[in-house]
Design a protein around this ligand. Structure first.
Ligand code: SF4
Ligand code: SF4
Length: 159
């Protein structure tokens, strides 16, 4: 299980895909957050981060070395394309991604010779309700708790 966000030592997607979005997201006079000078027109309605619309993409806002330590220079102002994509980290050590995002994430990681990520369900989503039995409340509640703990301790779940 990862104990820190794998994106912090990756950055592969920022140096693999064309990162495009609706033009108004970088129309700063209209309140769009993405610095316009870091974008280029793709079509009348679509812009892309500079550096990503080329044979060997690398977003102009990416700082650091892919596969080592990376940072987005405009993290708070990044486009919805960037904000929606990637690993969503949970405080209890799990992460989740939309399945198609995970596939694309691993495609980018593979291109950078990084090992694939596997989906991990946040623990809060797999907690089972305490079972109640009309004749033996306590017994069933403890049995459910044991089941819950053994599920958490199952090493296969954490692969
Ligand atoms: S804007 Fe930031 S998050 Fe988006 S591709 Fe560029 S470096 Fe990556
Ligand atoms: S979303 Fe995937 S490819 Fe992008 S930085 Fe995170 S781990 Fe790397």
């Amino acid at each position: 299980m990862f104990r820190s966000n794998p994106c912090l030592n990756c950055g592969a997607c920022c140096a693999f895909f064309r990162v495009s979005f609706y033009w108004q997201e970088s129309e700063n006079e209209l309140g769009g957050p993405v610095p316009q000078e870091m974008t280029e027109d793709i079509s009348p309605y679509v812009r892309a981060m500079k550096g990503t619309n080329q044979a060997h993409p690398r977003c102009v806002a990416l700082r650091g070395q892919v596969h080592e330590k990376v940072q987005c220079a405009i993290y708070a102002q990044r486009s919805s394309t960037c904000a929606d994509f990637g690993v969503h980290w949970t405080s209890d050590g799990g992460f989740y991604q939309d399945y198609s995002d995970l596939e694309r994430c691993n495609k980018a990681r593979s291109a950078w010779h990084l090992r694939p990520l596997f989906m991990q369900v946040p623990r809060v989503q797999i907690q089972r309700p305490i079972m109640k039995h009309p004749r033996a409340h306590g017994h069933c509640a403890h049995a459910a708790l044991r089941l819950h703990r053994s599920h958490h301790n199952n090493p296969a779940r954490n692969q």
